[in-house]
Design a protein around this ligand. Sequence first.
Ligand SMILES: Cc1cc2nc3c(=O)[nH]c(=O)nc-3n(C[C@H](O)[C@H](O)[C@H](O)COP(=O)(O)O)c2cc1C
Length: 376
Amino acid sequence: MSLDQRVDESILPAGSGHVERFLALHEFEPEARQRLPRAVYEYVAGGAGEEYSIRANEESYQRILLRPRVLRSVGPVDLSQELLGRPLPVPVVLAPAAYQRLMHLEGELGSVRGAISHAVPFVLSSNATVSIEETTAVPGSRCWFQLYVQGDRGFTRDSIARVEAAGCEAVCVTVDTPVLGLRPRQLRAGFKIPAEVPLPHAAHLRAASDPGRHSALTWCDVDWLRSVVKSKLLLKGILHPADAELAIQAGVDGIVVSNHGGRNLDTVIPPIEALPDITQQVAGRVPLLVDGGIRRGTDALKALIRGANAVLIGRPYLYALAVGGSDGVARCLSLLVEELRLAMALVGAASLQNLSRDIEWVAPAAFGSRASPGTP
Ligand SMILES: Cc1cc2nc3c(=O)[nH]c(=O)nc-3n(C[C@H](O)[C@H](O)[C@H](O)COP(=O)(O)O)c2cc1C
């Protein structure tokens, strides 16, 4: 059976309208779970070890409560800003995620088409199943490229030149994966990358899912990368303020505070908890982005309050892609952005510049629990 047939059987035709019944990001997951082959679902949903970090990433947001200001004459909320030298209409970016043609026939093209609906950047993974040339060829697309740096500098230099020639706005180097984490759920489910799946940026790395793979990347390599990358350079996977400082010293243009969605090291600090110290250290010298566990507009708001310029989402848009292709991704973004807009109005902030830390209140322990996900 071909990949296309197998994936085709697991999806709805991406007809217009069928995604309108989803009213919150978490509602995509149960349906994606039904549609995806089990091993693919476990690959997306799962993470390292006992998945303490996956849970903590989300639960940390639930401990942060909001303390709104009132009577601030909030008109239409403006979510726009300039990020990395370009206008960004809403502070959201689609995180890099590998192997998207396993999730939907459209694959990464579905994600980039969905991103266009809000004019937000899509970060194409090194392990994408669609090439950067096909992705940037989609009219209106904005692409960044996520890079796993291997030992071969010649290959890395060529990869950077290739994605920049294709029109990539930024190169986002993932620095939290010197080895791949051990992910019991995907191992148990027997997840494998089928041989027929194209990997146009990592064909030589078919063993990329091999947990024994090592990357010996160091700060010296970041200095070298800075000299090679002509577009914007970001490091993804920073959690320690000392590393944020080293990144700035190396001349990066931005930092993504991330624990890889809890997929590599378990019991690692949730990014939203790492953010305040990093914000203080960075002191506005470069933009900060954050990902991991963002499921609501209020989560995005809390990240912005703690100093992020924008947030990335991972699993929520992958589930939406699995359910409805590009329509699903666009719906996922609409829900997140509208929730954020509403939350901003309700805390009394008309624009991103009006946000400050004094509108958060941290509960001593998890406060209530999220409504159980159910299909609408
Ligand atoms: C299925 C899947 C594949 C991923 N692949 C990559 C990847 O190729 N490169 C990378 O830097 N991060 C990868 N990530 C991590 C995401 O970029 C992001 O950090 C994480 O998903 C954010 O957490 P969230 O899923 O809770 O939103 C992947 C995440 C998932 C769920």
